[in-house]
Design a protein. Sequence first.
Length: 358
Amino acid sequence: MSAAASETAVPRATAASTDGRVRTVLGIETSCDETAAAVVVDGRTVVSSVVSSQVELHAEYGGVVPELAGRAHLELLTAVVGRALAEAGLGPGPAGARPQAVAATVGPGLVGSLLVGVSEAKALALAWDVPFVGVNHLEGHLFAGLLEHPGLEWPVAVLLVSGGHTMVVSMEGPGRYRLLGATLDDAAGEAFDKVARFLGLGYPGGPAIEAAARGGDPEAFDFPRAMLEEGLDLSFSGLKTAVVRAVRARPDAADEDVAASFQQAVVDVLVTKVRRGAQAVGARAMCLAGGVAANGPLRAAFEQAAAELGIPSYLPTRAMCTDNAAMVAAAGWWQLGALGPTALDAGADPDLRLPLLA
């Protein structure tokens, strides 16, 4: 397991408030296999961000093992939080040197992993006598774009694509979301993982498929683009089955060609759907979010689609694509101002849904 921290983005002296307003939020993220903590000021300025990855721990199993993930969070989280606080110039001492609120992901995710982060966040909030804020992980991904592009004009068509979720969302402002379309079966990231495992390319599947695809022909196989001409919902289970059948029919096929053709099929569907969604709501911009947003061909096709519509495209840095606590802190800062703190008896919800407008 390795840790990677972002550079301090603002002078450390700005991390503490002197006027009584809640400005500084400590975010904690433990929904799956990344142990993360970050300090964000005013919901938009990242002062510190530390992420400890469990990729090596789960690689031999070809996917995340929930019990191992929870144990690793227990071992790592306190040190990760301490590092994030230290890099922000915060820590034990007078109240002014501490975060003014603590936000943690409460769902969706692996329940054992979620409980580790939620418990630590509540303990810190109690010890420091500051508000606790429970954050929806999906909403956090939506806020990742706001962290790096605070001047977005609404509505924004967001393609949120990760290992557990794939959806097209109309974001009309912070806390105002309309679901335009979602996967009816597997998430795109899950499809990447399963195809990579089938081809023996390793874990995580997204980077493995992308690396192999660089040497392949994306037109070598004519894989299906399910529901391409139908609405805004998506489906990837049939594509996975098509890959398995194609390889069994042509066992001598190059993995690079299979990977490139599969990746192109996924990208075509994703970009078609978000483009259609942007047109449907008159979006003034398109934004990409989630772990699969780090995929190079997807990013390129996404930018091209937005350019063809004549609207700007916002791509998060790769550090903001994967699970991180900066997005949790940003969402928590907004939620605290709009809805107030979360009750300390609130629990984790592994099946938590994105809050949507009626």
